[in-house]
Write a protein that binds this ligand. Structure first.
Ligand SMILES: C[S@@+](CC[C@H](N)C(=O)[O-])C[C@H]1O[C@@H](n2cnc3c(N)ncnc32)[C@H](O)[C@@H]1O
Length: 221
């Protein structure tokens, strides 16, 4: 019923509040990002249904105290909150990332969850190192973390990691892929260019070598 989503990214077809409010209309979501382009599009994130609420905070993950203070306008810190750090932490160096996550989790009540995904070089090193080099050349911090280093974000705060643990994202609660849409006959698929094909690729065909992202969730006791 409550989400704090830091590193929100540009609004997309189904944002966190739309997915959550479809299930529980009273859900409250606070979005946080430090990119002025995301801020410019933030209105699209402030479209809560009448029973719930959303807010957008233009802030840096490196200022957890400010985020917590401003999030308290919308979220009740006496009730569980899901802290979502999805595809964010690889942009933050160890000296900042581990203490900031610890500070955020300390502020959450029992029953809260940490939800994260994280880039790694454990699975397909050559491909992802090329990506890292591109970001680094352009002045971005880019930290690929191992499975153990990702697990440390949970362990340092005593969170119990949910099953199936820290896993390549396509293994997380995997129940089989959706079938191709009926209009997408194999010959239609074959005619698409490579980028378009990805949209319809059967998730069942994805291998660990295609995926450089770990996913995990964990619960504060
Ligand atoms: C790869 S996108 C992920 C977006 C979204 N969570 C998703 O998974 O689709 C990373 C986002 O984190 C934001 N970001 C990066 N560093 C940040 C920081 N220090 N503080 C706040 N946001 C940050 C970027 O602006 C970007 O919107």
């Amino acid at each position: 019923r409550q989400f704090l989503d830091i590193g929100t990214g540009l609004p997309t077809a189904e944002n966190v509040h739309q997915i959550a409010q479809d299930i529980t209309p009273g859900t409250r979501v606070v979005y946080v990002d430090n990119d002025p382009v995301v801020l410019a599009h933030a209105r699209a994130l402030l479209t809560s249904g009448p029973e719930g609420a959303t807010d957008y905070i233009d802030a840096d993950f490196r200022e957890p105290a400010r985020i917590l203070e401003e999030a308290a306008r919308t979220l009740d810190f006496d009730e569980p909150i899901a802290l979502c750090l999805v595809a964010l932490l690889h942009f933050v160096e160890d000296e900042v990332a581990y203490p900031a996550v610890r500070e955020l989790i300390e502020a959450l009540p029992a029953g809260s969850r940490l939800v994260l995904t994280h880039l790694t070089e454990d699975l397909n090193p050559s491909k992802i190192r090329a990506v890292r080099d591109t970001y680094t050349k352009r002045g971005f911090t880019f930290v690929l973390r191992s499975r153990d280093e990702v697990a440390r974000f949970f362990e340092q705060s005593g969170l119990a990691v949910d099953e199936p643990g820290v896993v390549p994202v396509h293994h997380w609660r995997f129940e089989g892929g959706a079938p191709l849409p009926p209009e997408m006959e194999p010959h239609t698929l074959a005619a698409l260019d490579d980028i378009e094909k990805v949209r319809y690729r059967d998730i069942n065909d994805v291998t660990d070598a295609d995926i450089n992202v770990y996913a995990a969730t964990g619960r504060k006791g």
